[in-house]
Design a binder for this molecule. Structure first.
Ligand SMILES: O=C[C@H](O)COP(=O)(O)O
Length: 262
């Protein structure tokens, strides 16, 4: 089992189309040297066309930040997964903490979006949050397990090869203070065990799970030195092109060292 490390930059609602294209033209050629690390940039819908165009002939995969669960129909303002696939989008972030908290997305909606994404040949990156202050470690584990189980209802074992999960404790998002790598590792281990219980150990061993929440160059190496953390979902630090390259380089170093030590 070998899970490729991955760095996902989530720009949220922070860039203009012209800025997006310039960023990708800058980082694209440099990323070729980090071929052992997958790189994804996710942008708001109005950027996606420009992003896909700028990223052709680069190793960057372009992702969307949200999607609707119907392929076509009278759903004014929503984004069709079929349209995303047609545009050349490969991945979609689903159930981000900001969508759950500001836009009232429920586990059921996250599940519908996951199934729609897979049906259209897109890879979902399903975010598992931790929105409330939980009193005991049992509550904490139950909260995580429940979100994983609800998100993956109806997903087949074969589909799981195209799914990623991302653990994002809400308090760490945008705060500048990441969760300690050791504590994050425990949550990711719970997520992996839940997937093993739902499917089997092989599916769990091959599943890529990301950590998100104030990842930056000063902490990414330690975060990715944890055995169950395969990648990072990065907000603020991914807005700057040279910082994104630095994160990818450190991700490569962390996983190389981990493999040597294994
Ligand atoms: O999707 C990214 C996460 O919400 C993390 O954002 P952040 O790196 O700004 O804390």
């Amino acid at each position: 089992m070998s899970r490729r490390p991955i760095v996902v930059g989530n720009w949220k609602m922070n860039k203009l189309p012209s800025e997006a294209a310039a960023y990708i033209r800058e980082v694209g050629p440099m990323l070729v040297q980090y071929e052992g690390v997958d790189t994804v940039l996710a942008g708001q819908d109005v950027l996606l066309d420009a992003m896909v165009y700028a990223a052709r002939s680069t190793p960057i995969c372009i992702g969307a930040e949200n999607v609707y669960w119907e392929d076509r129909g009278a759903y004014t303002g929503e984004t069709s997964p079929a349209a995303l696939a047609d545009l050349g989008i490969k991945m979609v972030i689903i159930g981000h903490s900001e969508r759950r908290n500001y836009f009232r997305e429920t586990d059921e909606m996250v599940n519908l979006k996951t199934l729609a994404t897979l049906r259209n040949g897109l890879m979902p990156i399903i975010a598992i949050d931790e929105a409330v202050q939980l009193e005991s470690s049992n509550d904490h584990a139950h909260w995580i397990v429940n979100q994983v189980v609800e998100s993956l209802k109806g997903v087949t074992e074969a589909d799981m090869a195209n799914v990623m999960l991302a653990y994002e404790p809400t308090a760490a998002i945008g705060s500048g203070q990441a969760m300690s790598p050791e504590i994050a590792q425990k949550s990711l281990w719970i997520i992996r065990q839940t997937v093993a219980d739902m499917f089997n150990q092989d599916v769990a061993d091959n599943l890529r799970i990301l950590y998100g929440g104030s990842v930056k160059p000063t902490n990414v190496y330690d975060i990715l030195s944890q055995p169950d953390i395969d990648g990072v979902l990065v907000g603020d630090a991914a807005l700057d092109a040279s910082t994104f390259i630095e994160l990818v380089s450190l991700a490569q170093q962390a996983k190389r060292t981990l493999r040597k030590d294994a």
